[in-house]
Ligand binder design. Structure first.
Ligand SMILES: *Cc1c(COP(=O)(O)O)cnc(C)c1O
Length: 479
């Protein structure tokens, strides 16, 4: 497919600007560029077709099954978009006087109260723009709490090796030293390892639950107790609350703060870099440190206020407001009965697919999973040379997006599959059939799998090269 620069034709173009309705301003010579920018010139219809053609080459949740583990690529109901497009939400300025923005503030307040109820927390900030940003914000609260008590010795954050990769990164960004604790053979936190790791230097623990191998830690109450006994606080990575929302609450399991990914669990679209939203919930004793402003209600009116000992703003204004509108729509549409039904559906679908593949593909852990499961293709690779990458790439030929590959790091040749609750039994049956077909191919004709996908716009890009030496700029061919 041609690049837009290659479709460019001098003198073509489709910009139609309205007449200038402000006084002209003479830009000083020193600020003016010396030569015209090289912008593509293309007719409006061709421009539209160019992007449509590009869009057709990508695979999204609307195109087919997208079992990307940990990312929760599920159906995003259109009604969410309709609500977020209401002019009362889109034609508003963040600096408008609060008395003219009461409806928007009510959305923030209701989102806060429903998310507090779902997580078992007392307050929620909607400012963080993504999950990792939420982790960082939660850790700022933990740090502010210890420092407010004059406790400066707590410099370490404990992170189990089954945590999401962003956890140690966020702790490091927050100035903490990361202490890793191992998992036991069941994939849960090793309690003796945890006991040995905690001490007067423990600021807190970050637990991803369900963890990155798709398991709910059966010792969760003991884990939070051990950390609290040592004077540390407990942080719950709730990015994958899809497995447990409406069934159990981090606040009831002994956690002091939690982040959620609205762009996973609460069905707001993601991929391609945004926009996301990673609200952070906390217990009342951490609330004075929350980023601000927060929404408060006084005499029947909503207002904005900075919490007393706030860690400051973590983002401009109030976060990705329209993402919050979509998530609130989703929550209100499902209601108290629908929320737990969504998570039990996610767990059921994951177990259903896992059972169809068990005995053919090796599972990394045995027993029921939560919303996702991890397979290990180590033996298949030894026997046939076919890797997790080969199988994942071959799925593309069947219209299925690859599962998460080579993650978590503690499982070799890992494929992590998350079907989500929004897939029908027919889709799951079809996916299982495709997985089994690929397994047959691996035994019969392993060579062909190294070249897969065979029918996609591109085959095997040099992924390492693309990451290390990205070419982000078009270099024109001299005429
Ligand atoms: C996706 C995810 C994150 C990070 O969320 P981003 O919005 O990508 O920053 C953190 N933890 C877990 C468990 C996740 O699945």
């Amino acid at each position: 497919m041609e690049l837009i620069f290659e479709r460019s034709h001098v003198g073509r173009g489709c910009s139609v600007l309205p007449a200038c309705d402000v006084p002209a301003y003479d830009v000083p010579e020193s600020l003016c560029r010396k030569s015209a920018p090289m912008l593509p010139e293309i007719a409006e219809v061709d421009l539209g077709r160019h992007y449509t053609q590009l869009a057709k080459q990508t695979h999204g949740v609307n195109d087919g099954f997208y079992p990307l583990g940990s990312c929760t690529m599920k159906y995003n109901p259109r009604v969410n978009e309709e609500m977020a497009a209401l002019p009362g939400f889109t034609k508003i300025h963040p600096l408008q006087p609060v008395e003219t923005a009461q409806g928007c503030l009510e959305v923030l307040a209701r989102a806060e109260s429903t998310l507090s109820e779902i997580t078992g927390m007392d307050r929620v900030t909607l400012q963080p723009a993504a999950g990792a940003h939420g982790e960082y914000t939660g850790l700022l609260l933990i740090r502010a709490y210890h420092l407010s008590r004059g406790d400066t010795a707590r410099t370490k954050i404990i992170v189990p090796d089954s945590a999401h990769g962003t956890n140690p990164a966020s702790a490091t960004m927050c100035g903490y030293t990361v202490v890793s604790v191992p998992s036991d053979a069941d994939g849960c936190v090793d309690l003796d390892g945890l006991r040995a790791a905690v001490g007067p230097d423990t600021a807190g623990l970050m637990l991803t639950n369900p963890n990155t191998v798709g398991l709910f830690d059966k010792n969760i109450l003991e884990i939070t107790q051990i950390v609290h006994d040592a004077g540390g606080l407990c942080y719950y990575d709730g990015a994958n609350l899809n497995a447990v929302m409406g069934v159990v609450r981090p606040g009831d399991m002994g956690f002091d703060c939690v982040h959620l990914n609205l762009h996973k669990t609460f069905s707001t679209p993601h991929g391609g870099g945004g926009p996301g939203s990673g609200p952070v919930g906390c217990k009342a004793f951490l609330a004075p440190f929350l980023p601000g402003p927060v929404v408060v209600k006084k005499d029947g009116q909503y207002d904005l206020q900075m919490p007393e000992q706030t860690v400051g703003r973590v983002r401009t204004f109030y976060g990705n407001f329209l993402v919050v509108v979509k998530a609130l729509t989703y929550i209100l549409t499902l209601g108290k009965e629908g929320i737990p039904e969504a998570s039990t559906g996610a767990v059921l679908n994951a177990n259903y697919l896992m059972h169809q593949l068990e005995g053919h593909y090796d599972m990394a852990y045995h027993g029921p999973c939560m919303h996702e499961f991890v397979m290990t293709l180590e033996t298949l690779k030894k026997e046939t040379g076919v890797s997790a990458m080969d199988v994942a790439k071959r799925l593309i030929d069947f219209g299925i997006h690859p599962p998460t590959m080579y993650f978590p790091l503690i499982v070799h040749e890992a494929l992590m599959v998350e079907p989500t609750e929004t897939e029908s039994r027919e889709t799951l049956d079809h996916a299982a059939q495709v997985f089994l077909e690929i397994l047959q191919e691996a035994r019969k004709d392993p060579e062909s799998l190294h070249e897969a996908p065979h029918n996609a716009p591109i085959g095997r890009p040099d992924e390492v090269g693309a990451a290390r030496h990205p070419v982000l700029r078009y270099t024109p061919v001299e005429a």
